[in-house]
Every structure is written in C-alpha cells, then in structure tokens.
Design a protein around this ligand. Sequence first.
Ligand code: NAP
Length: 256
Amino acid sequence: MAGFEGRVALVTGGSRGIGAATALLLAQRGCDVAINYQRNKEAADSVAEAVRAQGRRAGVYQADVASASDCEAMAAAVTAELGAVGILVNNAGVGSASVGQPRIADMPDSDLQRLLDVHVFGPLHLSRLLVPGMRVLGRGDVIMVSSVATQGYGPRMGVYAIAKAGMEAMAYTLAKEERQYGIRVNVVSPGLVETDMGKLLVSFARGVEDIRSLDPASPFGFVCQPEDIANAIAFLCSDEGRYITNQRLTVNGGGF
Ligand code: NAP
C-alpha cells in the first residue's frame, strides 16, 4: 500500500484499542503520527515508542476532544512539531455502557450531551481546525470511526447511536464540501472489537467476562481485532483508496 510517505496523521484516542493499532499501522506505512489521549499518558507514550521504532516521528498530545480549547492547543502543537496534518482519524470515543445504556424514555440530557460532545463536537472541532490546512496539501483524508450501532438501532444503544449518526451526517456532508480540494472523507464502522470498550460492552450488556469466549460464535471464528479496523482505515487513506470518498466501510465480518 502506497501513499503515506511524508504524511502526518493525527489519531484521536490513539493511546489504546483501535486508535493505537491505527497509529502503529500508519507509521509502518510511512506516516509521522500524532497520538492523542485523554487520561492515559503511559499508554500513549508506549504507542509513540512503537511508532519511533518504525523510524517515524511521533508526538503525544493530551486533549479532551470534547473541548474546543484543548483541540485548538493540540492542533497548533501538532502542526508546529510534526507539520500540517494530512490524515485525521476521529477515533476517540466512549461507549453506551459508560453512561449505563439508558433507554430513550429514561435518558437524561447529560448522558446524551456527554456522547455528543465526544463523537460529534470532537470531530467538528478538529475538522474546523485541520481541514483548511489539508486543502493546500493536494490530498487529505478524514476518517470517522463510527459503529454498526447506526445500522441496527438496538434497544438501549440510543445514546451512542444518536451521537454516531450525527458523526456520520457530518462525514457525508464534509465529503461533498471538500472533494474539490482533494480531501476524502469516509466512515469506518466496526462491529464488536476486542478493546477495553468492547470488553466493557459485553460485560455490561451480556455478562460476558471473557470476550474471547465469543470466538466460536463470531464470524470467521474470532472476535474482530483492532488491527482489522486499522487495516480498513489505512486502505481508505492509501493511494489505492484515492477514488473512494463519502463512503461507509463496515467491518463486522458480514454481521450476524
Ligand atoms: P477504547 O479501547 O476504550 O479506547 C478509547 C480511546 O479513546 C482511548 O485512547 C481514550 O483515551 C480515548 N478517549 C476517550 N474519550 C476521549 C476524549 N474525550 N478525548 C480524547 N480521547 C478520548 O475504545 P475503542 O474500542 O478502541 O474505540 C475506538 C472507537 O471505535 C470509538 O469511537 C468507538 O466508539 C468505536 N467503536 C468501538 C467498538 C468496539 O467494540 N470496541 C465498536 C464500534 C465502534 P485514554 O486512553 O487517555 O483514556
């Protein structure tokens, strides 16, 4: 896969799970990588070490993507230290279990606001800050990491699905607005993935304490791994993905 050499990628939520796998894969392909985290500096530092071990530059940036001022400071620091961002992966996220999976009819505004802040306002802040810089690079990529929650709208997933649906609406609109500048905007939608969030979800919703106990019932005999999502993201940002924009790539083994 070509088209990564000399590009700078910012991966939000790059300290763990899907974001960590994406940061490392983009570095393996040739990107310098900015790794955003909210709380877990140690994990972000270890991803940065792995990026540097690939011979690429890495920076670690603390920012709550829900905060416009944190995003402003992060965008300025990344641009000053690594250069203009050509790949923005809006991956940072929190799941429905983090607010107790409220039903719509019982949902406090504060629960929905919390998820909207992270999944909608985070990508909005960063698009506003970084997309203008992409317009002069000749190629830019924005990836929104959504979820199959917007395809099933299952009970008690509403708080999360509403936020991810907002994120997707932003992606499809942005794709049309920015195509003239060479910017591709795509959505990657995972099903269940073995990460801290995936483990919390199956424990909270289904009482499953070992996510790998779901392997036999999963497509292809294993629970999706973070690297499977990273591969889809990298493909969309590669030369091979140059004619793909305004699309949703679902990575869930074909569903259940
Ligand atoms: P994870 O392992 O729980 O990691 C979440 C990451 O997001 C961490 O790096 C965390 O930083 C960061 N983060 C959370 N809130 C943040 C904020 N306000 N500002 C900045 N960073 C923040 O999650 P994951 O499973 O890799 O999820 C990644 C994305 O995939 C999410 O958008 C999620 O909705 C989506 N997704 C996941 C699954 C799944 O089954 N795992 C399925 C569908 C979609 P710290 O390390 O500092 O806490």
